[in-house]
Structures are given as C-alpha cells and as structure tokens.
Design a protein around this ligand. Structure first.
Ligand code: PGA
Length: 247
C-alpha cells in the first residue's frame, strides 16, 4: 500500500520567525509512516529548504510558471524550483483559478512544466457550490482532470491529484467522507481509463480538513491523503492529521 501524503498549504501566511517555529515543531512530532509536505510561499522556499533538509519532509511550492524560461516578469520556473530543492508543487489551486483566471489548459501546462523538472505537481480540481447544487460536480471535475490527462497522458501516473470542493475551502464546511469518496472514486475510474498505473496516483482531499475530521476522511478507500490549509499553520493540528494518516 502506498504511503498517505499530508501536504500543508500555507497560502500567503508566514514570516521568517513563525516559519522556523512551525517547521521545527512539525519535525519534532512527525514520524515515519506517512509522507509530509509543506507548500510554502516562494520567498520562503530557501529558508524552509534548509530547515527540512535531511528530514524526509518534502519542500513544496504553491505555484509554478507554465513557461520554461524567458521574459515572464515575476514568474518562477519549474527548473528554478527544482534547483533549490522543491519536491512538489501545487498547481491549479481554486484560489488561483478564481483570482488569477487560471484555465484548465493553463493548469495542465503548469503540471507539464513541473513534471519535466521532476517535481510532483499536486493538481487541484473541484466544483463550486453553485456547480454542486446544479448537479454538475462530476462533469466539472472530469473536465478539469481531462485537460491534465490530455497534455500529460504519458506521465499522468506521476501526478498527485487533489480534490478540493471550492465550497469546503477555508469555510469550515468539510465534504462528508462519503461525498469525498464518491468523487475520488470517479476520478480513480477516469485515471484507470488513461493509465494502467492509476492506482499509483495519490488522490488527496482538501477543504477544511482538520484534527477532528481527518481520520474518517482518510479511512475512505480512494482518499490517499490531504491538502491542508488553515490547519497546517498550527503544528499541533497538523500533527494530529499526520497521525491520523499513519494509523
Ligand atoms: P483549508 O484549505 O484546509 O483551509 O480549507 C485547503 C486548501 O485550500 O488547500
């Protein structure tokens, strides 16, 4: 059985001193049995890289350019991320789809750049509340995943997929384990149609995962871990989720 992945998404939070305290506390409490990642703001990647070096914790970024290099002011390439030790990178987070108009095609290009640099893209997909209420959850997530498969079919088994229902992100409203499992199962079926290695792909859940609900979500057969926002900023909460993933 593959190890579960618990990835913290710090979003735009942190400072040199707060980061150091958080990483040290997580390192002190984390043990083997599950893969831990910390996806941090780009200016802090080097700092966190030196803090996690040798610990087994994956250094993660929150975004990557869709381009390889060149005249793209303000952007950071996958090769640059790799250069400073980044192991995984969130792409297509709903906050970027919403505030930066990232399309399915752009997200697929970002995943491709990450894969080319041997960085595991954590590809986020998920429906809005309006889409769920309109009964189009399955269509939306299948469309989002199809774009990534279309561009990255040959190495699709190298991605991590994060199902993050937009209505559950930062709202305290978690998808029930059954709701999440239902979507994860259909994503797994879509991956199986694309690759014989679909079962290698970790499909993690994100959206108000916390110390109280992690165990029941992680017990579902197709939930292979979590992408954790708010609860990743408090070492004790994050460590409780890590512990739930190990049991
Ligand atoms: P949340 O965020 O855990 O604060 O809901 C998850 C995410 O946006 O990745």
């Amino acid at each position: 059985m593959k190890q579960k992945l618990i990835a913290g998404n710090w979003k735009m939070n942190g400072s040199l001193s707060a980061n150091e305290a958080l990483v040290r506390a997580v390192q002190a409490g984390a043990a083997t049995g599950c893969q831990v990642a910390m996806c941090v703001p780009s200016v802090y990647l080097s700092q966190v890289q030196s803090l996690v070096a040798g610990s087994g914790i994956w250094l993660g970024a929150q975004d990557v350019s869709a381009h390889e290099q060149g005249a793209y002011t303000g952007e950071v390439s996958a090769a640059m991320l790799r250069d400073i030790g980044v192991r995984c990178c969130i792409v297509g987070h709903s906050e970027r789809r919403q505030h930066h108009s990232e399309s399915d095609a752009l997200v697929a290009m970002k995943a491709k750049q990450a894969l080319a640099a041997s960085i595991t893209p954590i590809v986020c997909i998920g429906e809005t509340l309006a889409e769920r209420e309109a009964g189009s959850t399955a269509d939306v997530v299948r469309r989002q995943l199809a774009a990534v498969i279309h561009l990255n079919g040959h190495c699709i088994s190298e991605i991590v997929l994060a199902y993050e229902p937009v209505w559950a992100i930062g709202t305290g409203k978690t998808a029930s384990p059954e709701q999440a499992q239902q979507v994860h199962a259909l994503l797994r079926a879509q991956l199986r149609a694309a690759t014989v290695q679909a079962d290698r792909v970790s499909i993690v859940y994100g959206g108000s995962m916390n110390a109280a609900n992690a165990a029941s979500l992680l017990a579902q057969p197709d939930i292979d871990g979590g992408l954790v926002g708010g609860a990743s900023l408090k070492a004790a909460d994050f460590l409780s989720i890590v512990a739930a993933a190990r049991s």
